[in-house]
Design a protein around this ligand. Structure first.
Ligand code: 6GU
Length: 224
């Protein structure tokens, strides 16, 4: 997979890709991530990327020209499956959206700022609009990093134990069951005995029950 991220703040976005699972995915050649600074696509000498909105009102709007130049250049180099615009009025990210994106070959992610981008960018280029929840961030960069993390860890070969993505919370609309590691007893608190029993069919059944119980208690909406 190749991901091209268009942003006015590349420095805000780079560090998540320099540690842990995302770093390893890049090193293994399973994903390429390229950052494009929108200011490199401006035409005026002030490297201006935003302007006042037509009709008046507070807040700047990201201009169409630098964004179109950047996206058009990328599209001339290869085919893209999707151009994703990060925006609080997009579809809320969930595991099903992440699963779908993990199957794509080439993606562009455009990070919004200020009051957002000129609507014509969305009409002309954008194929998916994604939010990461009902709250407002200063820009789409952190949201883009969240999308990349959720998607990249699903690419086959990225996680060491391939089954571990399959048993994630949400992967089957259930929350994950409680987990324990050594020591078996800590300050009088004991690990459930079943987990020490070695009876794997029984352990599996216990985990399923726990997952269901937890989901009923915390997220009954997932079971509807
Ligand atoms: Cl994608 N962008 C911004 N600016 N705020 C958000 C968001 C995105 N998702 C949730 N809040």
């Amino acid at each position: 997979m190749r991901i091209d991220i268009i942003t006015v703040l590349p420095e805000l976005l780079k560090s998540p890709f320099e540690a842990s699972i995302l770093k390893r995915a890049i090193e293994k050649g399973l994903v390429e991530v390229h950052f494009h600074n929108l200011r490199d696509y401006t035409t005026n000498k002030y490297k201006q990327v935003d302007d006042y909105q037509f009709g008046g009102g507070a807040g700047m709007v990201m201009m169409i020209e630098p964004i179109d130049k950047c996206i058009s250049q990328l599209k001339s180099e290869r085919d893209y499956d999707d151009v994703i615009y990060m925006t609080p009025d997009g579809n809320t990210l969930n595991q099903s959206i992440a699963n779908g994106l993990s199957l794509k070959e080439n993606l562009i992610i455009l990070c919004g700022h200020y009051k957002g981008v000129d609507q014509r960018v969305r009409d002309m280029h954008v194929t998916k609009e994604i939010s990461i929840g009902d709250y407002v961030l200063s820009g789409g960069e952190l949201a883009a990093a969240v999308v990349c993390d959720a998607v990249i860890r699903l690419i086959p070969g990225v996680l060491n134990d391939e089954t571990s993505a399959l048993t994630d919370t949400f992967q089957d609309n259930l929350l994950a069951p409680p987990v324990y590691t050594r020591p078996a007893e800590y300050k009088g608190m004991e690990v459930p005995e079943i987990l020490l029993s070695g009876n794997f069919p029984k352990i599996e059944k216990w985990r399923e029950e726990q997952a269901l119980e937890r989901t009923k208690a915390r997220r009954p909406d997932l079971l509807e």
